[in-house]
Design a protein around this ligand. Structure first.
Ligand code: PLP
Length: 418
């Protein structure tokens, strides 16, 4: 069976929470954060009932806590295809992990070393690097975008790379315009000059199967609240780097990776929620994956998660196709990014648009008044908005797995009527 949004919507109770006038919200704010299945909420409650304790104790609740933490790491390792659970660092959010990583790497760099950043990235993969550059006299080289289709200018990446470059930080999928970058190719280019490649996968993880071994990068960061889980950030890193880089930690904390990267007591209740979220993805593969990847290409859980993501990806492509066609038919609307359906494998279903005569904030408010939730502004993707000459930002419509064709039609009707 192919993916059916109607079949999974009952898992998400918040989709059915009516407004005062009885209307149901249409959640198209998914790139900013997704709704969660009931099983995730129940797992958080279950944690408090049965395993609420700090790590490392000798008694039952602490042991259950630690056993759960191990299982969460293992499930996350399968989701990303990490070679081991000890390559999975879990923190409060992607931005905090990005700051920890950049500060740690900074301690290995010398004045004059270079860092390559892109004009497409969310500031969480820009500002931490700009700050260490300023503090350590490092040079920053920028990779530009092609403004016509909002793809990365690979020529400018080529130009920026040299033996002096020590870090290349790139986003896998843009949170603003949805472009998916050729990460494997970029990882190869970074490796060829001996640089570390850091990938921001926050916006790809909900839409595309991720395989860190295939990608060839050195670090990859994402956030589970963008893929139907609780508010947490996850960092995968190559084991040798997690072991050898100078992490910032308190002295009594464990010195072995991944613990040395996890400062203080984690919000373990959300780890149990993350485990339930990953089990949810696994169930999607079992329910909808047959038509897509019939051959088991690896361990059962990883295979099911991957099939689940691919089923969702294919479904979301149908929706984004209808969305983009519909937007293109509305007078005065323009879209930043890829609009050619033959190239939808180069984008996630996140679409930024503007409508002539209306400020982005005004459009978002008008839609909110009609119970359609979208984002407006720069969504922290400052560089690309500057590059696209959009001082007021744009309106972002971000499709998730529970959205339906009917919801897209309603949105388009509202935009047409504006
Ligand atoms: C592409 C991208 N990177 C990083 C972040 C920051 O993630 P977090 O909120 O987990 O720090 C976001 C958040 O929207 C994002 O979209």
């Amino acid at each position: 069976m192919s993916f059916q949004a109607e079949a999974i919507r009952p898992h998400f109770p918040s989709l059915n929470m009516p407004a005062a006038d009885g209307s149901l919200p249409i959640f198209l704010d998914n790139p900013a954060g997704t709704q969660v299945p009931l099983s995730v909420m129940q797992a958080v409650t279950q944690y408090y009932l049965t395993m609420n304790a700090n790590s490392g104790g000798v008694f039952a609740t602490s042991r259950r806590n630690d056993e759960m933490a191990g299982r969460t790491r293992e499930a996350m390792a399968d989701f990303l295809n990490a070679s081991s659970a000890s390559e999975i660092v879990i923190g409060p959010n992607m931005t905090s992990l990005s700051f920890s990583l950049s500060r740690s790497i900074a301690r290995t760099l010398a004045p004059g070393d270079e860092i390559v950043l892109t004009r497409m990235d969310h500031d969480a993969n820009v500002a931490p690097w700009l700050l260490i550059a300023r503090e350590n006299d490092l040079q920053v080289k920028w990779v530009d975008i092609n403004t016509s289709d909002c793809t990365l200018d690979m020529g400018s990446l080529e130009e920026a790379l040299s033996e002096r470059v020590k870090v290349v930080a790139t986003v896998q999928a843009s949170n603003a315009v949805g472009t998916v970058n050729p990460i494997q190719q970029i990882a190869g280019m970074a490796r060829a000059v001996g640089a570390l490649h850091i990938v921001d996968a926050v916006q790809s993880a909900p839409h595309l199967p991720i395989d860190v071994q295939e990608m060839g990068c050195d670090f990859l960061l994402c956030s589970s609240y963008k893929f139907y889980g609780p508010h947490l950030g996850i960092m995968w890193g190559r084991q040798d780097l997690l072991d050898s880089l100078p992490a910032y930690k308190v002295r009594p904390a464990k010195d072995a990776a991944p613990n040395r990267w996890e400062n203080g007591t984690p919000s373990y209740e959300t780890w149990n929620g993350l485990l339930a979220c990953l089990e949810y993805w696994e169930s999607l593969g079992a329910d909808f994956g047959d038509a897509i990847l019939p051959q088991n290409d690896g361990a059962g859980r990883r295979w099911n998660m991957k099939r689940g993501v691919v089923a969702v990806r294919d479904y979301e492509r149908q929706l984004v196709s209808a969305l983009i066609d519909g937007l293109c038919a509305i007078p005065g609307v323009s879209i930043a990014g890829i609009t050619d359906s033959a190239r939808f494998n180069q984008r996630v279903p996140t679409v930024s648009m503007v409508k002539e005569g209306h400020k982005p904030d005004e459009i978002a408010r008008y839609l909110a008044d009609n119970h359609v939730y979208v984002w407006s502004g720069n969504y922290y993707a400052m560089e690309i908005m500057q590059r696209l000459n959009r001082p007021d930002g744009m309106v972002r419509i971000g499709i998730g797995q529970y959205n339906t064709m009917d919801e897209i039609s309603k949105l388009l009707n509202f935009l047409d009527a504006l």
